[in-house]
Design a protein around this ligand. Structure first.
Ligand code: SF4
Length: 244
């Protein structure tokens, strides 16, 4: 079977310049927000590149992730692989158990498929609330958002503000999918083996499926919903629509 590296890693013009620019964005943010900046990693391919840049250049940026309680085993295992590879600690934020139990008791395990409101409620409990704790003491956060991940993300800037006024840095905003995998191949970056099973965008297990040839990058996320609804709220700016 062809791996994600076989399928996607390609050297493209100005790749080195994009790497240098991403590093410069991270270096500058690490200085401006010393001690108060975190990478909120989804453990996806882009985020693994960002973590590699942070670790390789010993930037003072913490690394944190959300364990929603519904991740694939492969995604959870990647946390330990990452810690071992980079000799660092990953902060893990989980949802409040009482809220999860109450929600599942009231709505069942498969509530997310029944309505957009229930899906967003699940994301609220399992993602947004833990994210707010992760970011509570921070003045800046780093994501792996790229402009060509979806139409809604076509305007991703390198630097933005979230609704709380924190700086939100997207150092890979101008990278292509080929760039991401070229970097991973070049630097032997650990990645989620589910990427080798045609899952370019990996979220919670119930809400992620493999995509077919020719399907959109994020077609495997919340595939039963309209394209316009496909954000979990982590990257929605109330003032500007989808940000970031
Ligand atoms: S992605 Fe799915 S399982 Fe994960 S928090 Fe959102 S609705 Fe719940």
């Amino acid at each position: 079977m062809m791996s994600a590296i076989d399928l996607y890693a390609r050297p493209t013009p100005a790749f080195d310049e994009r790497v240098a620019h991403a590093l410069a964005v991270l270096q500058s943010a690490a200085v401006d927000h010393a001690g108060r900046i975190v990478q909120a990693t989804s453990l996806g391919a882009e985020d693994m590149v960002v973590t590699d840049l942070i670790a390789r250049h010993q930037l003072g940026i913490d690394i944190a992730t959300l364990d929603t309680g519904t991740l694939h085993a492969e995604t959870q295992a990647l946390i330990g692989r990452l810690e071992q590879r980079y000799q660092t600690r990953v902060e893990v934020y989980s949802p409040r158990q009482e809220e999860v139990i109450h929600f599942v008791k009231a709505n069942g395990d498969e509530a997310m498929y029944r309505s957009l409101a229930l899906r967003k409620a699940c994301c609220g409990i399992r993602k947004l609330e833990p994210l707010s704790r992760m970011l509570g003491s921070r003045s800046a956060w780093v994501t792996g958002l790229r402009r060509d991940q979806s139409n809604q993300r076509g305007v991703v800037p390198f630097s933005d503000r979230d609704d709380a006024g924190r700086a939100k840095l997207n150092p890979l905003a101008d990278w292509s999918w080929n760039d991401v995998w070229h970097y991973i191949a070049t630097h032997n970056v650990p990645y989620n083996p589910l990427h080798d099973e045609f899952m370019p965008s990996i979220g919670c297990a119930p809400c992620t499926r493999a995509i077919a040839v020719g399907e959109d990058f994020r077609a495997g996320r919340w595939w039963w919903e309209d394209e316009a609804a496909k954000e979990c709220g982590l990257h929605v700016n109330q003032n500007q629509g989808v940000a970031a």
